[in-house]
Design a protein around this ligand. Structure first.
Ligand code: SAM
Length: 329
């Protein structure tokens, strides 16, 4: 079967799968404090529908999967879905992104189900700053979740920090130094305009160049060459450190030209870009008598409409109509 190639020649082989739009935090860079309507349960794809979609996507060359949300651990029986996905032939890489609030309870079952790689979002090591960013005072639970993930056997554990001026930018060094003590992969992300209520402006973005300068002030940085051409993080390590540093710079060093991703929202829409305004409703197809060829055709159509960058938006003047939490980060 022919691979999924868009009109710019990019091959899509990576699917981000949102399993819920609900979240137990309200991170200010990701969603408004309140007022976001939830997707009705019957409108969310069932596990059977998700697995069928993934099976079809595999025949088009999808080989990497990331489960996300909303907060994916809020989806009931998530380990059952993980087990089904991990068993699919053709999936070479399965990972999960979580805020870790429920990880203390769920880490062993997720590992047992076949998950090995996990990304944890952690934007502050200080309870009061965490509470300000996440609008919930739950840092202790996250820390317990991280420990539980390490105990369960997850490797590597990536910690993702969205660096924001005026909120947590002064903790960059504390996060970086964690990699000297522990095998965490700490990744610094630039703040993208996906908050859903207009909070973003360029002034709040801490640009990658500044992050690098500050890391270099701590110690020398050894670049880690990537084996994976679709890797978006620039990777470094402090000499002799057990952990790694990564920079994900969608604002100042966009990686759209090498984009290999597509997304499925919890309600069953294909989105070919985080910022893309187009959505292709596959749920109706999955719930009709459509055969796999029709599902394949819709996936091809969505990928064919991929824009060169940022879904065709000019980020200074246009916004995605969805927040990150609704798309699946
Ligand atoms: N709830 C899970 C979590 O917290 O990891 C999964 C979903 S969350 C939307 C996925 C990732 O998107 C998180 O690492 C989060 O930090 C990141 N994210 C959300 N909004 C963002 C934004 N505006 N800019 C950069 N990263 C963002």
């Amino acid at each position: 079967m022919e691979a999924l190639v868009d009109s710019f020649g990019r091959v899509t082989d990576y699917l981000r799968l949102s399993v819920t739009d609900r979240c137990n935090l309200r991170c200010r860079y990701c969603m408004p404090a309140e007022g976001l309507p939830w997707v009705a349960r019957e409108q969310m794809l069932s596990f059977e529908e998700i697995v069928r979609f993934v099976r079809v996507a595999i025949t088009l060359g999808i080989s990497k999967l990331r489960i996300t949300g909303g907060e994916p651990l809020l989806r009931r029986d998530l380990p059952t879905l993980v087990e089904k996905l991990a068993a699919l032939e053709g999936i070479q890489d399965l990972s999960l992104t979580t805020n870790a609030i429920l990880l203390f309870e769920q880490a062993p079952a997720l590992y047992e189900a076949g998950l090995r790689r996990i990304n944890i979002s952690l934007d502050s090591l200080r309870p009061e700053v965490f509470a300000k960013i996440a609008r919930r005072d739950l840092l202790g639970r996250v820390m317990a979740g991280i420990e539980a993930a390490a105990t369960a056997g997850f490797r590597p554990i990536k910690l993702n920090m969205v660096v924001m001026r005026g909120l947590n930018q002064d903790e960059l060094e504390d996060f970086a130094l964690l990699t000297k003590r522990s095998p965490f992969h700490v990744r610094f992300l630039e703040y993208m305009p996906l908050d859903g209520y207009g909070d973003w402006d360029r002034g709040k973005v801490v640009p990658g160049e500044e992050i690098v300068r500050r890391l270099q002030a701590l110690d020398s940085l050894e670049a880690i060459p990537s084996k994976d051409p679709s890797e978006v993080a620039l990777r470094f390590r402090f000499p002799g450190a057990p952990g790694e540093l990564g920079l994900i710079l969608p604002v100042t060093r966009p990686f759209c030209a090498g984009c290999s991703r597509t997304r499925l929202t919890a309600e069953g829409s294909i989105k070919n870009c985080l910022f893309g305004q187009g959505e292709w409703n596959v749920r109706d197809l999955l719930r009709s008598n459509a055969d796999d060829d029709q599902v394949r055709a819709l996936i091809r159509l969505a990928v064919a409409h991929k824009q060169a960058s940022f879904g065709g938006l000019d980020l200074d003047h246009q916004r995605s109509f969805r927040s990150m939490s609704q798309i699946g980060g």
